[in-house]
Design a protein around this ligand. Structure first.
Ligand code: DCP
Ligand code: MG
Length: 411
């Protein structure tokens, strides 16, 4: 009885940023398949593959926003981004529960290795490809043979298993609470926001993204190095890199090379690995939580001993040595980002994501208004002026996009 089957609302808004996309939806088996094909295309080089990857993702996003489970391909009539190739894969899953094309990729030895290697902190597709070309098939093999000095990769490899365990919401909340507490003494008035997947309602994530700002623009200058030295003094930093901010409006909008070096944005930030006291994995009482003695006492371990410190200084103590010690902490990936208040709400949208949401809202801004949108702001390329915003809602209003809360930006 096809007549009673729901169909997409017609017309489907073209961009995913114009649709509500919840975390839990009705079509995960289809989306998982299409995102696997996206993943595969993304790993392969060339513009064609890049476009292919985007096409799979856009199709997946249409299905994620459906209010019903797909049971018949005709239900997608009128939906954008669902071409013949997509239909073929969906039809196959409807008929047989699987798609040959998807299963072929899933079992492709190259894809399997790429999948493993690109999960290592610091390893992109290029590095993963190099490791495959060397004939390495497991992270262990890479570990035994990789000798280059890139700090991300060295720690990423040494702590791989731990970093692969997803961070829980509770850990993220505990860490945020701890950082907020430190901020009170370092710079009162600084605001700390847990962004990324957690902000969109995910219960697990691969890292913790914290965005900082201060309502009086300028006060945030110099804050991050101070926070880092506090974390350092509590021995909470395993490794990391601080990057000074490199934003200038001119550089961003006056030429076409806006995303130089493939950088996500130009904010001052720290990217690294924090040592999480194991008790941060559980609910802890305020009192226990904020007692400083507690944090450092918990972290006293082999590497704090004088001989170990010496070894570390002379580079004798490798990330592998540290990983192998019995420890009272676990390694967790953390990003700390500083946004001046006049760019803050754009930064908030950008760091909330999802990645696809950002892509779409930026494409929408460019195509519909000739605005350049980044995590730093919105720039009217025709009138050559920037469009400031005092809330997330205002950004959506300027663009003429219905406001969706972070939980509905899971495209
Ligand atoms: N981001 C982006 N483009 C990228 C990487 C990130 O727009 N290439 C934005 C959107 C993300 C946010 O930054 O939501 C944080 O990046 P993460 O890689 O941490 O992504 P998530 O937090 O969404 O996922 P996870 O839960 O796995 O950490
Ligand atoms: Mg994240």
């Amino acid at each position: 009885n096809q007549a009673s089957e729901p169909t997409v609302q017609s017309p489907v808004p073209e961009y995913s940023c114009q649709r509500s996309t919840p975390l839990k939806h009705h079509n995960s088996r289809f989306c998982e398949a299409m995102e696997l094909l996206q993943d595969y295309a993304e790993m392969r080089e060339g513009d064609d593959n890049y476009m292919r990857a985007l096409a799979w993702r856009r199709a997946s996003c249409v299905l994620k926003s459906l209010k019903f489970p797909l049971t018949n391909i005709d239900q997608l009539k009128g939906a954008k981004d669902v071409g013949k190739h997509v239909e073929k894969v969906l039809q196959s899953i409807l008929d047989h529960g699987t798609s040959d094309e998807v299963e072929k990729v899933r079992n492709d030895p190259w894809y399997k290795k790429m999948k493993i290697f690109t999960k290592v902190f610091g390893a992109g597709t290029k590095t993963a490809q190099e490791w495959i070309e060397k004939g390495w098939t497991t992270v262990d093999e890479v570990r035994q043979n990789y000798t280059k000095g890139d700090w991300r990769l060295r720690f990423g490899l040494a702590f791989h298993e731990e970093l692969m365990e997803l961070v829980t919401r509770l850990e993220a909340d505990n860490f945020t609470k701890f950082i907020k507490h430190q901020c009170e003494t370092i710079l009162p008035g600084i605001s700390v926001e847990l962004c990324g997947g957690f902000k969109r309602g995910k219960t697990h994530g691969h890292d913790i993204d914290l965005l900082f700002t201060h309502q009086s623009t300028g006060k945030e200058v110099g804050f991050l190095p101070r926070l880092l030295s506090v974390l350092e003094s509590k021995n909470l930093i395993l490794c990391g890199k601080w990057n000074r901010g490199t934003y200038t409006e001119e550089a961003m909008y006056s030429d076409s090379k806006r995303t130089k070096n493939n950088q996500l944005d130009h904010f001052e930030k720290w990217i690294g690995i924090i040592k999480f006291p194991k008790k941060w994995r559980k609910s802890i009482s305020e009192e226990e939580f904020f007692s400083d003695e507690n944090v450092s006492a918990d972290l006293n371990s082999y590497e704090d001993s004088e001989p170990a410190k010496k070894k570390l200084k002379t580079n004798e103590l490798s990330p592998e040595d540290i990983a192998a010690q019995s420890r009272s902490w676990i390694a967790r990936r953390v990003d700390l980002i500083i946004a001046p208040y006049d760019q803050y709400f754009y930064a908030l949208v950008g760091w909330t994501g999802s990645k696809q949401f950002n892509r779409d809202i930026r494409t929408y801004a460019k195509r519909t208004h000739n605005y350049a949108m980044t995590s730093h702001g919105l720039y009217d390329l025709t009138k050559r002026k920037s469009l400031p915003a005092k809330s997330e809602k205002e950004i959506f209003d300027i663009l003429g996009v219905p406001y969706f809360p972070p939980e509905e930006r899971n495209c």
